[in-house]
Design a protein around this ligand. Structure first.
Ligand code: NZQ
Ligand code: ZN
Length: 409
């Protein structure tokens, strides 16, 4: 998930002028607290901010599993004056954003505490950049892709769902159901990243299987989106291969026994590293699976990771001929495909076949029809798909239509 405007500029620069790692900066200021005792560190963080806190959460899972009570107790102990924004839905909408901005303004908020998954964390960042902004946030950040020109509020995050990496990045995805657009903006200023994130793998144990595997595929695809670009020798790709192997390994354990703490904690850690900007350094990055998936999401409101799963194989099989060496490397280094006596193309195809069996083993949704998309939506979904130039093939509109039609099956 990337900011379309900035990404286009970066990618064109990289393609024309970069070799090897090129030029970049790297800064990630989010402080992480990891482990089954990590919530207690909220006591260290809260005193750094003013008294007025807005607690932001989703549709109620945190009330059922007790996380809400634990957080409220710590907020009270620290003398905070708390207002709430509840009911942040998966794929948060622009109308919900407007509602939250009003609540944060009325409360004269000093900080925003997000307790939930990527939707809640993203939403908190969107509120953060909008509270003191006199303009319409959808127009400013999601249509014109501008950066904040106003004061922004600090965001803290207690993560309960693993996948997006939102806990350690500056991305905020908002859906506009009126225009059928689901748009991600990755803010350039690292102060939009959460100031701190509390990662307790135990909190993820109550996730339904559907959400768990959807999140697993989201992690995996974030790595793919950065890996499948460039032909140079880049350290980021070796890190990515290690992360992918770890995700595959832990996902199989978690799929058989979702209560396996070790596997769930490795998945939580891998998710953070998959999209906290590290493995994108020196890469042009692709992100077309996310662009296709987001547009499917705008039409169907389907679960994010499942939209990616449903379009991935038709997309990767389409671009494979343009990046065959990388797909071959993926097959050998990530899926242990034996290359002996085979053509590069055969090895590359076997890698995707291995990925397909793993996806089916997890129970991922493998086509967009199952997510509610139909033939009549294809043109609209294709129109809403932003075209990114950083991968192995810059897609034409007709190719997007073809990939989406293939994804219906
Ligand atoms: O709303 P509640 O009741 O909390 O239920 C949630 C929600 O229904 C439930 N859930 C979360 N933690 C739970 C739990 N249920 C039981 N036990 C728990 N511990 O899970 C459901 C999904 O939650 P959500 O936050 O929507 O999932 P996810 O973390 O996948 O976030 C998806 C959003 O993040 C965006 C997506 O587009 C989507 O809008 N993304 C953000 C990115 C970023 N910031 O960089 C990158 C991603 O590519 C992605 O685009
Ligand atoms: Zn994603």
């Amino acid at each position: 998930m990337i900011s379309a405007g900035r990404q286009t500029e970066n990618t064109i620069l990289q393609k024309e002028e970069f070799e090897m790692l090129g030029n970049f900066s790297y800064c990630n200021p989010t402080k992480l607290y990891f482990g089954d005792e990590s919530l207690k560190y909220l006591n260290d963080e809260l005193p750094k901010y003013g008294a007025n806190v807005v607690l932001i959460y989703g549709g109620g899972s945190i009330k059922k599993n007790g996380i809400y009570d634990e957080v409220i107790e710590i907020l009270e102990k620290n003398g905070k004056n708390v207002a709430e924004i509840s009911g942040v839905m998966p794929n948060p909408t622009v109308d919900k954003l407007y509602e939250g901005v009003e609540i944060a303004r009325k409360h004269d908020a000093d900080m925003l505490l997000a307790v939930g998954g990527g939707s809640v964390c993203d939403y908190a960042k969107a509120v953060s950049v909008s509270v003191h902004c006199g303009e319409d946030p959808w127009e400013k950040y999601y249509v014109r892709f501008e950066e904040p020109t106003c004061e922004t509020l600090p965001v803290g995050c207690v993560l309960t769902m693993v996948g997006t990496g939102s806990e350690m990045n500056a991305g905020a995805v908002i859906t506009n159901p009126h225009t059928h657009q689901k748009i991600g903006h990755v803010f350039a200023d690292e102060k939009i990243m959460p100031r701190f994130a509390i990662l307790n793998p135990k909190y993820t144990l109550t996730l339904p299987h559907y959400q768990m595997v959807s999140g697993i595929y989201d992690i995996f695809n974030h790595i793919c989106e950065q890996y499948f670009s460039g032909e140079d020798d880049n350290t980021s790709d070796y890190i990515s291969e290690g992360l992918m192997r770890s995700v595959i390994h832990s996902s199989r354990i978690a799929n058989n026994d979702p209560q396996d703490y070790e596997a769930r904690s490795n998945l939580m850690w891998a998710a953070t590293w998959a999209l906290n900007t590290l493995v994108s350094r020196g890469k042009s990055t692709d992100w077309m699976v996310h662009m296709l998936g987001q547009s499917v999401g705008a039409y169907t409101n389907a679960t994010h990771g499942m939209t990616l799963a449903a379009v991935s194989l038709p997309y990767y099989r389409h671009i494979l001929p343009y990046g065959v060496q990388k797909f071959k490397r993926f097959a050998v280094n990530v899926w242990n495909v034996d290359a002996e006596g085979k053509t590069d193309e055969q090895v590359a195809q076997e890698g995707l076949a291995a990925m397909e069996s793993w996806m089916k083993e997890l129970g991922l949704v493998m086509n967009i029809s199952e997510l509610g998309a139909d033939e009549g939506m294809i043109e609209g979904i294709a129109d809403g798909t932003l075209i990114m130039p950083g991968g192995y093939k810059v897609l034409e509109h007709d190719e997007i239509v073809e990939i989406l039609k293939e994804s219906l099956k």
